[in-house]
Design a protein around this ligand. Structure first.
Ligand SMILES: [Zn+2]
Length: 333
């Protein structure tokens, strides 16, 4: 009997947490195909400007999440919509000082879907639920705050454009809190939960897919994302490899020694597959120049907001932003 219990305990962390989500506000127009009722446009006005992707500044700036329209207002027009945790999880971070961030007041929750660590982010809130603090557990659909229009940007979010900015992110490096202050001593005290360490998937696409497939496996979902490029990095260990064993593909021969890792990345900076490469798969020239861009999907990377790569007469290569992304991904033990 005892051994059965041990076997069950061993299985639990892997098997017991499938994806189980709800929408973060009462606005479910997305699932009825009503984009105009769901996405809050920017002042520029197109519905696309509230969606995820290269939708800002004429396509030159990435919008890392989606902007969800407000449904309820008081007599003065202030938003009232309660914000719900989209899944069971843990509060990772709360920023209660709106003046410190372009996210304004924001909350980050951590979840583990099918074994994959993932974060959801809720921004521009007018209020945080009483007593909500990092480390607490939350349940799916629990009210964690109130929709608002807080931000520290010069161009304020007007009351009529109040919305929830919502992201589904993977955390690039758990040592960001050490790495980043060296680059920016004025950095706000957000630890690992600075937007620069959070790389997003399209939440609307994810909600639609989950609505059609309640048995969706999150690790498979991430692996199916479009790849913009692959990059070769040195074969030494870095935190992503431990946090995402589901992504790692070992060499075909069990005793082969990897000389580099090749990482497949979405156009928006989320690693989706990591291959351990052997000397037979990487040229000496590439090994000398690590980190180095290996493959590019030109059709994916020609949109104007993808700043990781540049194109010169010699072809595609990592930009300064791309090199910085690699440095952050591979930083630390
Ligand atoms: Zn937004």
């Amino acid at each position: 009997m005892k051994s059965v219990w041990f076997a069950l305990l061993w299985l639990l962390p892997v098997a017991a947490w499938p994806v189980d989500i709800c929408l973060p506000t009462g606005n479910d127009a997305l699932l009825r195909g009503d984009n105009a009722g769901f996405f809050q446009p920017t002042v520029e006005g197109s519905i696309e400007s509230g969606m995820f992707g290269c939708v800002r500044n004429s396509g030159h700036r990435l919008h890392k999440g989606i902007d969800i329209k407000c449904l309820q207002r008081d007599r003065r027009g202030e938003p009232l919509d309660p914000i719900h945790a989209v899944a069971d999880g843990t509060v990772a971070f709360v920023n209660a000082k709106p003046g410190l961030s372009n996210y304004g007041r924001y909350i980050v929750l951590e979840h583990r879907w099918d074994g994959v660590p993932v974060h959801t982010l809720y921004a521009h809130l007018s209020a945080i639920a009483d007593g909500l603090a990092a480390g607490q557990s939350v349940r799916k659909s629990q009210v964690i705050g109130t929709l608002g229009h807080t931000s520290n940007t010069r161009e304020r979010i007007t009351t009529d454009r109040a919305h929830l900015h919502f992201e589904i992110d993977l955390l690039l490096n758990p040592n960001f809190y050490v790495w980043y202050p060296k680059h920016d001593p004025q950095a706000p005290p957000f630890g690992n939960f600075n937007g620069k360490n959070l790389f997003g998937l399209d939440p609307a696409a994810f909600f639609r897919e989950f609505a059609n497939n309640r048995k969706l496996n999150f690790a498979d979902y991430v692996a199916r994302q479009h790849v913009g490029f692959t990059v070769l990095v040195s074969a030494r260990q870095f935190p992503w490899l431990q946090l995402h064993p589901e992504q790692t593909c070992l060499p075909a021969q069990a005793n082969a020694i990897p000389v580099a890792y090749e990482i497949a990345v979405t156009p928006f900076g989320v690693p989706v597959t990591v291959w351990a490469r052997t000397a037979a798969e990487v040229s000496p020239e590439q090994l000398r120049r690590l980190p180095v861009l290996n493959r590019v999907d030109e059709a994916e990377m020609t949109q104007a907001c993808h700043h990781f790569l540049e194109r010169s007469r010699a072809g595609w290569h990592l930009s300064t932003a791309g090199r910085e992304w690699v440095t952050l991904l591979t930083y630390g033990p």
